[in-house]
Design a protein around this ligand. Structure first.
Ligand code: PLP
Length: 411
């Protein structure tokens, strides 16, 4: 059970897939003139756009490519700085580097998402965008971040890769900034193994995103448009097979959210009275995905001992999501040693430096945090999702009792 969508793969996904295989068109353009073509990618784009309340969506092969396309499509490039949290998946940072802009790491606060006060401190004349991440399904402080972006005329890019289906004060995550990026990899709310998407309200941005993901072509083209392509693009298209699975998964989003919230509530209630235990601050408890429950222990020492007793690790020791463990960022290991973004004539700032310890507030928080995976697990891959709690009341209840007993030794 990597993610909650994966757990529900069943007859509905098989039926959708079979339809595509039988129709014989596996490519998003299929045969527009052929009535047998199912156009699943277009249908998926339309359904997600409707769900999040925006006019435009572009389906892609991954969340990482969606972020890269978002950045380049909005004009982020050499000489620019992008503020990004130090607690995130590496793709939030690597996409900035591949757009040839400089990532500026900022602190997270008790939400484990960007700390608006540190974002303000990190703004320079070179700042072009704030890339906020809704980590572990929880919306960042979007009101504050949007106000900062507006005040300083910066772009606000929402990395919603871990938060498909979440909302913030009644609006879908991804619909508040200039663009929202989702991932449908195997750990996400809904999945086709891999997949990504961008959503926006801005038509020119949509046209640029579409072209970047499809060799410079305009949206929903019917031919190859020789002589009319606005710029050079790449290929990050989604296949009909992925879209078919995702359409079936999308219909299960309500069930997934309801189950996760119910189980998270049960787990939380069962351990809420433990003195000294704090919960991660949530900006919108009803709107979040409820995929994980994160707890803070009173000290790093207690957190490490408890994590060890429970067969997991504290969040700081997660190989995936903490900047201090990202050696390719800390050592600026770009595949080609010279040039943008770190040694770039267009970049006028001091040479960027990254080191473990550069974000003391983030370091202190993640060192005493333990994740409890209500709807997601990664056995054998590190501690990113912490302790696994499977669906079903008995299992959740038993894991909560086990957590209580282990924690009581130290609290
Ligand atoms: C916060 C965040 N951003 C971006 C990505 C990249 O998504 P993908 O794996 O679909 O490329 C992920 C995936 O785990 C993520 O968690």
């Amino acid at each position: 059970m990597p993610g909650p969508g994966m757990e529900l793969i069943g007859e509905e996904e098989k039926k959708e897939l079979l339809e595509v295989l039988e129709a014989g068109y596996l490519y998003r353009y299929g045969g527009a003139a052929d009535r047998g073509f199912k156009a699943k990618v277009v249908a998926f784009e339309e359904e997600v756009a409707k769900l999040v309340g925006l006019p435009y969506a572009v389906a892609m092969n991954a969340g990482t490519s969606a972020l890269l396309v978002a950045l380049i499509g909005l004009g982020v490039g050499p000489g620019d700085e992008v503020i990004v949290p130090g607690y995130t998946f590496i793709a939030s940072i690597s996409s900035i580097i591949y757009a040839r802009a400089v990532p500026i790491l900022a602190e997270v606060d008790r939400t484990l998402n960007l700390d608006p006060a540190d974002v303000e401190r990190k703004i320079t004349p070179r700042t072009k965008a704030i890339l906020c991440v809704h980590m572990l399904g929880n919306p960042a402080r979007l009101d504050e971040l949007k106000a900062i972006a507006d005040k300083h005329k910066l772009l606000l890019i929402e990395d919603c890769c871990q938060a498909f289906g979440a909302s913030y004060k009644g609006r879908a995550v991804g619909s508040i900034g200039d663009v929202g990026a989702y991932s449908f990899n195997v750990y996400k709310t809904i999945t086709a193994g891999e997949g990504g998407m961008l959503v926006t309200r801005d038509e020119p941005a949509y046209r640029r995103f579409f072209g970047l993901h499809d060799q410079g072509h305009s949206p929903l083209r019917t031919g190859v448009e020789i002589g009319r392509r606005a710029f050079v693009g790449l290929d990050f298209r989604m296949t009909e097979l992925s879209a078919a699975v995702l359409l079936a998964q999308l219909r299960k989003l309500g069930t997934i959210r309801e189950r996760l919230h119910r189980n998270k509530q049960r787990f939380k209630q069962a351990i809420a009275d433990l003195a000294g235990l704090e919960f991660r601050e949530l900006t919108d408890p009803q709107g979040e995905c409820a995929m994980l429950l994160t707890v803070f222990l009173p000290s790093e020492e207690i957190a490490r001992k408890l994590a060890n007793d429970l067969g997991t690790r504290v969040v700081a020791d997660s190989g995936w999501h903490y900047y201090g463990n990202m050696e390719q960022i800390l050592e600026k290991r770009t595949p080609i040693a010279e040039g943008c973004p770190f040694r770039c004539p267009l970049y006028t700032g001091p040479e960027p430096k990254y080191w473990k310890g550069m974000l003391p507030q983030t370091d202190a928080l993640v060192a005493r945090a333990i994740n409890i995976g209500i709807g997601v697990s990664d056995p054998g891959l590190g501690a990113a999702f912490g302790i696994t709690v499977r669906d079903g009341f008995e299992v959740v209840g038993a894991r909560a009792d086990q957590f209580r007993q282990a924690a009581q030794k130290y609290l």
